[in-house]
Design a binder for this molecule. Structure first.
Ligand SMILES: Cc1cc2nc3c(=O)[nH]c(=O)nc-3n(C[C@H](O)[C@H](O)[C@H](O)COP(=O)(O)OP(=O)(O)OC[C@H]3O[C@@H](n4cnc5c(N)ncnc54)[C@H](O)[C@@H]3O)c2cc1C
Length: 336
């Protein structure tokens, strides 16, 4: 049996996977991307910091994202220890910085379409089941649609750490177990028109945001692990129509000790994840996809550089992860 051979296989078609695939394909690498779900598919993570704009431009999708009509906002309402205050993103000579409320089904589709347009072969729906390893090197993937080999496998399949578990890599927690409850409501909530809000109380915090013209998202995180009832939603959304029951996600701060190694890179949540109070998960997923793509290009130019590229990536992920958790620790200091 002949097995199809690629330069890079990317597992997962979220923002991290598409960013990695686009970066590799633009460097003339032969790329296969596997996504287990048909699109459009729903996913939390709508609020994007303005810092994502240059990255979207680099990936060649900024015009399409701007044209998609996502809501824009100039900052966030924050009520932490002090009273409620508006924290703007900032401004420069080009004007006031604005974030996006990007409906993820549409945002992720734009990125995946771009990947196809630059030559990435996309198999969807296609579930990666097993990593193939030979002589301690990742060399391919068994999937629901056959076996594929590649010089580099990138895991961008999200926070269930598909590849790390297969290789038995250490997934180190940096917080107590944290569960986020989240949901969507439909209707009209005038106080949430202008910008999202994060409001802390004695037990935790609640995030609310308008994510499309008649849809709002909420996330609730409690520090003592209290359960949130399946039909709970924030008071400010009283009178609005819940879209299904609340959902749960593991948002424990965690990082894979070695997010790159022989024949593999871990991208986005697959490498490291923190709770959504940072609201930077998508930005970090895109950044790490671009970075992994850049390093893959270097390895293909000169295979002698592989060990250096692996170390550089591991250090880079460690650097931003610890920077982010230090900021969150300061934010949460009052609960210690
Ligand atoms: C409640 C909540 C609120 C959040 N809010 C924000 C926010 O406001 N802003 C923000 O930036 N971030 C937010 N985040 C974080 C954000 O959702 C993630 O950081 C981001 O989606 C990570 O992107 P990714 O590409 O790494 O993974 P994902 O977006 O999870 O994409 C992974 C993809 O891989 C596919 N996949 C999984 N397994 C396989 C497999 N075996 N084979 C093939 N495909 C597979 C999945 O179907 C999926 O499409 C939030 C998270 C939660 C839980």
């Amino acid at each position: 049996m002949t097995v199809e051979m690629y330069d890079v296989i990317v597992v997962g078609g979220g923002p991290g996977g598409s960013a990695a695939a686009i970066s590799c394909a633009c460097a003339n690498l032969r790329v296969l991307l596997l996504e287990k779900l048909p699109f459009p598919r729903e996913h939390p993570g709508e609020t994007l910091h303005p810092g994502i704009e240059p990255l979207l431009k680099q990936l060649g999708v900024l015009d399409r994202v701007l044209a998609a009509g996502f809501l824009r906002h100039q900052g966030t309402w924050v009520q932490w220890e002090d009273g409620l205050q508006f924290v703007p993103f900032g401004e420069d000579e080009s004007g006031v910085w604005q974030g996006f409320q990007a409906w993820r089904a549409d945002f992720d589709k734009i990125l995946l379409e771009r990947a196809k347009a630059v030559g990435v072969e996309v198999l969807q729906p296609c579930r990666a089941s097993r990593l193939i390893v030979r002589e301690e090197r990742a060399i391919g993937v068994e999937t629901s649609r056959g076996v594929f080999h590649a010089s580099i496998v990138m895991d961008a399949a999200g926070g269930h750490h598909w590849l790390a578990k297969q290789l038995g890599l250490q997934i180190r927690p940096y917080s107590p177990p944290l569960i986020a409850y989240y949901g969507y409501v439909r209707g009209n909530c005038p106080i949430r028109e202008e910008a999202p809000a994060i409001i802390a109380d004695e037990q935790g915090w609640t995030w609310t945001a308008k994510v499309s013209p008649d849809r709002y998202q909420w996330t609730r995180l409690t520090f003592n692990g209290d359960w949130v009832k399946r039909d709970w939603f924030p008071e400010e959304f009283s009178g609005l129509n819940p879209m299904g029951q609340s959902r749960v996600a593991d948002v424990t701060w965690r990082k894979v000790d070695r997010p790159a190694g022989l024949g593999y890179f871990l991208v986005g949540d697959a490498a490291a994840a923190i709770d959504p109070a940072s609201s930077h998960g998508v930005l970090k997923a895109v950044m790490s996809g671009i970075m992994a793509g850049h390093l893959a290009k270097l390895i293909f130019k000169d295979s002698q550089l592989e060990h250096k590229a692996i170390e550089e990536y591991c250090q880079w992920v460690r650097g931003w992860f610890h920077h982010d958790i230090e900021k969150l620790k300061q934010l949460y200091a009052r609960w210690d």
